[in-house]
Design a protein around this ligand. Structure first.
Ligand SMILES: *[C@@H]1O[C@H](CO)[C@@H](O)[C@H](O)[C@H]1NC(C)=O
Ligand SMILES: *[C@@H]1O[C@H](CO)[C@@H](O)[C@H](O)[C@H]1NC(C)=O
Ligand SMILES: *[C@@H]1O[C@H](CO)[C@@H](O)[C@H](O)[C@H]1NC(C)=O
Ligand SMILES: *[C@@H]1O[C@H](CO)[C@@H](O)[C@H](O)[C@H]1NC(C)=O
Ligand SMILES: *[C@@H]1O[C@H](CO)[C@@H](O)[C@H](O)[C@H]1NC(C)=O
Ligand SMILES: *[C@@H]1O[C@H](CO)[C@@H](O)[C@H](O)[C@H]1NC(C)=O
Ligand SMILES: *[C@@H]1O[C@H](CO)[C@@H](O)[C@H](O)[C@H]1NC(C)=O
Length: 496
């Protein structure tokens, strides 16, 4: 509906030559209010991003990509792996999720599970992931679609790499080694890539390294000397460690792509806009230069940036910073300058168009501290329902006084509830402790958000292949019909 520009000319370019490394984007939608799929597609096109990894691929999401020329990677989550141990269900999935769309859009990879062997995401090891993956590739073959490669994103922790490892000494973790060897040999035989997820900030912090080692630029004093190579940053260290593990598994030629890499802006020490900007300013030109690593020089490394926008409903047990990976705030505003072309220019990405901000009103604490237990209970309740990760240690609002933190929590709740627009109850009552204000209570870098209107009704069960297990399904359809009408009218009148 929104896309009036002719984007068709992009289609097909990649079929001629895909030799250049691509810089793509991850797009997840675990937010209380999210941009409409058509807005997101428009945003990607404005930024000339032609590859996207979609984490929740409902029909409404895929439709937005029709004839856009953007190549999509979709997949299934860990929680449904059991269903795909059997080729007939895999064939059904391919029919419903790929073949139906194959005339109007292009698919790159199909991701089978997500970091299935990672202890930080789940205590469960999804050992059946390899069988599901083999079924998917066989399913593609039977449909004459072998060009779509099934692969599985693995997090850094499938390797024994630490902050002190020499890459040549790294291997796959002993408890999953048999599975990994079987897996990478299958990739080798199919010509499929190994997809690695990286979080440099988490790697350096959990390994006791200086933050500088998380950046690609050569500023860290930490050095790892290995045979003929010197490692000065986490990316090359991890990448070459994986190379050595593949080599030992007799799969040295398997291509390595990065399914997820970025820098969060809140919820963790060192997570802020400045550092995220710095990270991309050196990392993207490094990728575009195709310089490669010491073990794999002159490599085209395909990368998916994590991620498009913040997702305030990602379960917090994996670390609050997981909610703050976005290059964009969820209202379509870029947080910092980043040049997706990899030329390292100091440019801001295009703003999201057609996003409608809710009214400028905030719910804050009235500072009546006479019943401290009630205040605390209301704060806890608010944070349980909404996102308070900015209040945590290292977070952008952690410097606030107790009362101001309570205000932050009340507002987070109020906004998550869509400013009570869809209910008759007073969502700013807070047991008599809340008060509505129209002066922005933000404090320095601590921003009190205002929600956006997300006029979307997702079909039940349409959020197939969510990123998370135990997952929270997207809950939409909470905005009243009249607001939707206003939103649609607004988009119609004001979109480019
Ligand atoms: C595969 O799963 C389907 C549906 O659950 C079932 O009907 C069929 O018998 C299974 N086939 C095999 C070979 O296990
Ligand atoms: C795949 O291609 C072969 C040979 O061109 C053809 O016989 C077969 O019917 C095709 N299968 C499908 C599912 O399109
Ligand atoms: C980084 O510094 C090390 C020595 O400190 C040097 O050997 C290496 O060439 C430098 N790398 C780059 C890319 O500047
Ligand atoms: C990192 O090093 C580069 C030169 O290699 C320098 O221009 C830059 O200011 C340094 N950045 C920081 C944060 O030290
Ligand atoms: C380092 O040694 C490895 C293995 O001996 C070799 O493949 C690689 O090309 C060497 N790299 C450099 C930068 O000399
Ligand atoms: C948090 O929310 C969940 C689900 O909404 C609820 O079951 C739980 O009791 C709440 N916990 C607190 C401390 O409010
Ligand atoms: C910012 O927060 C601090 C700590 O809560 C508080 O003392 C200060 O008054 C706040 N400033 C504004 C402008 O609200």
């Amino acid at each position: 509906m929104m896309m009036k520009k002719p984007h068709l000319f992009i289609l097909g370019l990649c079929m001629i030559s895909c030799a250049d490394a691509f810089i793509g984007m991850n797009w997840g939608r675990l937010g209380s209010q999210t941009m409409l799929p058509s807005m997101v597609v428009d945003l990607l096109l404005q930024n000339n991003i032609k590859e996207v990894r979609v984490f929740q691929q409902g029909i409404n999401v895929l439709e937005a990509f029709y004839n856009s020329g953007i190549v999509a990677t979709t997949g299934i989550s860990n929680s449904v792996l059991d269903n795909y141990q059997n080729l007939s269900t895999v064939q059904w999935w391919i029919g419903e999720k790929i073949l139906k769309y194959a005339q109007v859009m292009e698919f790159r990879y199909t991701t089978i599970g997500s970091n299935p062997f990672s202890p930080i995401y789940s205590k469960k090891n999804y050992l059946n992931v390899v069988e599901a993956l083999i079924n998917f590739q066989e399913g593609f073959r039977r449909n004459n679609m072998s060009h779509i490669k099934a692969t599985t994103p693995h997090y850094t922790d499938v390797l024994t790499v630490t902050g002190k490892s020499k890459p040549s000494e790294v291997d796959f973790r002993p408890d999953v080694k048999d599975r990994m060897v079987k897996y990478v040999r299958f990739l080798r035989d199919e010509g499929s890539p190994f997809m690695m997820s990286m979080a440099p900030i988490h790697f350096v912090q959990t390994n006791g390294l200086d933050l500088e080692f998380g950046f690609i630029e050569n500023n860290s004093t930490h050095r790892i000397q290995d045979i003929n190579a010197t490692y000065t940053n986490a990316f090359e260290l991890i990448y070459d460690s994986l190379h050595w593990a593949l080599y030992k598994a007799e799969a040295a030629d398997v291509k390595i792509i990065i399914g997820s890499i970025g820098w969060p802006t809140d919820g963790y020490p060192g997570a802020n806009d400045e550092n995220a900007q710095r990270f991309f300013q050196s990392f993207l030109p490094y990728i575009a230069s195709e310089r490669g690593t010491p073990m794999r020089p002159k490599q085209n490394i395909d990368v998916y940036i994590n991620s498009l926008a913040d997702e305030n409903q990602i379960p917090p047990q994996w670390g609050s910073y997981q909610r703050h990976w976005g290059v964009y705030k969820n209202n379509g505003e870029p947080k910092f300058s980043v040049d997706f072309s990899g030329k390292g220019r100091n440019v801001y990405p295009s703003f999201g168009k057609g996003v409608i901000q809710m009214p400028n009103r905030w719910c804050v604490f009235n500072r009546k501290l006479s019943d401290p237990t009630l205040v605390d209970a209301m704060k806890t309740m608010s944070c349980n329902v909404s996102d308070c990760s900015s209040l945590e240690e290292g977070g952008s609002c952690s410097h606030l006084s107790y009362s101001d933190q309570v205000s932050y929590a009340f507002n987070a709740y109020f906004q998550t509830k869509g400013q009570a627009a869809q209910s008759s109850s007073n969502e700013c009552d807070m047991g008599g402790l809340g008060v509505l204000v129209s002066d922005n209570p933000s404090n320095g870098t601590c921003e009190f958000p205002v929600e956006i209107l997300s006029a979307e009704f997702a079909v039940e069960g349409a959020t197939f292949g969510a990123r998370n297990d135990g997952g929270k399904r997207l809950v939409h359809g909470r905005i009243s019909a009249s607001l939707v009408m206003i939103a649609v009218l607004y988009i119609y009148l004001y979109s480019p």
